[in-house]
Design a protein around this ligand. Structure first.
Ligand code: 8YV
Length: 316
């Protein structure tokens, strides 16, 4: 039987790459210089029937158009914003992602970021390491996390997992989403500005779509206010980043805990000097346990596809 040709647009998790290479013929796009990549795809288009993408690169319209034999896009991510889903539907190309297995880690990080910002954990760590504790004495007082009202944008799997954790800290939970969710006691806001005005910590946990691009804009940041904290474990483009930087600089926003940025891996340098900001490099799902489980899910979906069995986590 013809081996499945799999295009990888960017380097992947090492375990995933080796498991793919053991089973299929793998085409590593990044090994060609940028100006030769179109030629590389054209030259191998007859063999490529699958793309494995992630949060950095997936299958955009041009890639899909260049691959007439493409059958499946298996994403090593829960987010699907790097895949042209409409085009996949149109062409009958299957799409899978990695839901559930990463939910706990991402929710853990959201809570961790909120606590790190309010309790100034990173700043306090630097205080000890620099010897300031010895030379200047005790660290200044910070702000409690327990009991703070948490506003969640998007009450999907990850949003719900964040809510569950925050409840254990005695935090009242409110949320914004397109429609009110049945079976929760959480307070629903149909207007994001109203949610922001009525919570202490606002967490972005929705998927990135045209509708949610820059959903956190100046108005939302101002409603969150000088005591409010923004946590983003979704996607950078959910937040209007220049507006976020300006709000922090001008003291219109109390703080931010950010795992994602608009132009990763570039982070606005102005944030580096702010002690009310905690910055981590898109590591929400970044544990050995979760990344291995995500890789197994990608392989499981491709195996199912090859064997004509039901996909494990189909989106399209
Ligand atoms: C990344 C993520 O996919 O699941 C998502 O949507 O953003 C992450 O899990 C991971 O960084 C691999 O690129």
């Amino acid at each position: 039987m013809e081996s499945l040709g799999v295009l990888l647009p960017v380097p992947m998790n090492a375990y995933l790459e080796s498991e793919l290479a053991r089973r299929y013929k793998v085409f590593r796009l990044w090994e060609s210089p940028p100006e030769r990549r179109q030629d590389f795809i054209r030259a191998n288009a007859a063999a490529i029937r699958a793309v494995v993408g992630n949060s950095k690169a997936g299958a955009d319209a041009d890639t899909i158009d260049a691959l007439p034999r493409l059958e499946i896009v298996a994403c090593f991510s829960v987010g699907l914003d790097k895949v042209d889903l409409a085009k996949c539907r149109e062409r009958g190309i299957r799409v899978t992602n990695t839901p559930d297995v990463l939910t706990d880690d991402v929710a853990d990080l959201a809570i961790g970021l909120a606590i790190a910002v309010l309790r100034r954990l990173c700043q306090a760590d630097r205080y000890v390491r620099s010897g300031a504790w010895l030379s200047k004495g005790d660290y200044k007082l910070t702000t409690r996390f327990s009991g703070k009202t948490i506003g969640i944008i998007g009450l999907g799997r990850i949003g719900l997992a964040i809510a569950k954790r925050a409840e254990a800290f005695g935090c009242p939970i409110s949320y914004y989403s397109r429609s009110e969710k049945p079976n929760t006691n959480y307070k629903y806001y149909s207007n994001l500005v109203d949610l922001a005005a009525n919570c202490h910590v606002l967490v972005v946990a929705c998927s990135l779509t045209e509708e949610t691009y820059h959903i956190v804009n100046r108005e939302v940041l101002d409603a969150l206010g000088p005591k409010g904290v923004l946590v983003n474990i979704g996607r950078g483009p959910h937040v209007d980043e220049p507006e976020l930087v300006a709000a922090l600089r001008e003291g219109r926003l109390g703080g931010a805990g950010l795992d994602v940025f608009e132009q990763e891996p570039y982070v606005p340098e102005e944030l580096f000097g702010m002690e009310n900001v905690v910055l981590v490099p898109h590591v929400g799902s970044g544990t050995n346990e979760t990344r291995n489980a995500m890789a197994d899910l990608v392989i499981g979906n491709l195996e199912a596809h090859v064997m004509n069995k039901p996909l494990l986590t189909p989106v399209v």
